[in-house]
Design a protein around this ligand. Structure first.
Ligand SMILES: [Zn+2]
Length: 232
């Protein structure tokens, strides 16, 4: 498999997902372009930012704003929000253990893509991104999908990190501590107003599956996976 995705995205008229490592290191923009073009995505209309493990969200509300982003230096941020989504436009993020979080409504009119490292999760980025979409249209029916990332099986932490998370997403086994990011992100999204059943958290572990994914924790190499969300 070269791309991980959620059928509900297609049903909403969107294209999105996370490429497996077979498409190459996505730090390289030409690899990104090649992978996206293969899917019929216009790579020239894919927005990028400089990821900083923050809770900063960039809203795009008009075509002009999207165009301005293309011609400006990369902003520091960790989530894109399209309200409304623009035909022929989208955004991309790169990860190697962090969570690519996809949010969209049933009609694909609104969409968001967030880079949620554990620091971003602690800062409430999943909650804030969902809330930002819902603040546009409170009755919006939002769906969520979490792309491949480091799962609880491999995300061992020390007490200093564990204490920043609610106890419900901490797993203690003998003298080891693990964080379940799925559980915490789900909690935040439900708190923002999503239905639990509309949040899909497939168990693809970047750290545990070397055949398909890059992982910073496993390899300590600067190889990245690409996630994107696009309105064709
Ligand atoms: Zn694992």
């Amino acid at each position: 498999m070269t791309i991980y995705t959620d059928k509900r995205l297609l049903r909403a008229g969107l294209i999105g997902g996370t490429f497996s490592r077979h498409k190459g290191n996505m730090r390289d923009l030409s690899s990104q372009e090649a992978a996206l073009n293969e899917l019929g995505v216009n790579a020239d209309h894919i927005l990028h930012f400089h990821q900083t493990h923050s809770d900063t969200i960039i809203p795009i509300t008009t075509l002009q704003e999207a165009k301005n982003r293309l011609s400006s230096p990369l902003a520091d941020a960790d989530a894109w929000l399209f309200a409304p989504s623009l035909t022929g436009w989208g955004a991309a993020i790169v990860t190697a253990d962090c969570v690519p979080l996809f949010l969209w409504d049933d009609t694909g009119t609104y969409m968001a893509l967030a880079h949620c490292g554990w620091r971003g999760v602690v800062k409430g980025l999943p909650f804030k991104t969902a809330q930002a979409l819902l603040s546009k249209t409170p009755r919006l029916h939002l769906n969520a999908w979490l792309g491949p990332h480091i799962q609880a099986c491999c995300f061992e932490v020390q007490e200093d990190v564990a204490k920043q998370f609610p106890s419900e997403c901490i797993i203690r086994q003998k003298d080891k501590i693990f964080v379940d990011l799925n559980a915490e992100i789900k909690r935040q999204l439900v708190q923002a107003g999503l239905n639990r059943e509309d949040i899909q958290t497939p168990y693809y572990c970047t750290c545990g599956d070397k055949n398909n994914f890059f992982s910073w924790r496993r390899d300590h190499e600067k190889n990245m996976l690409l996630s994107f969300l696009y309105k064709p």
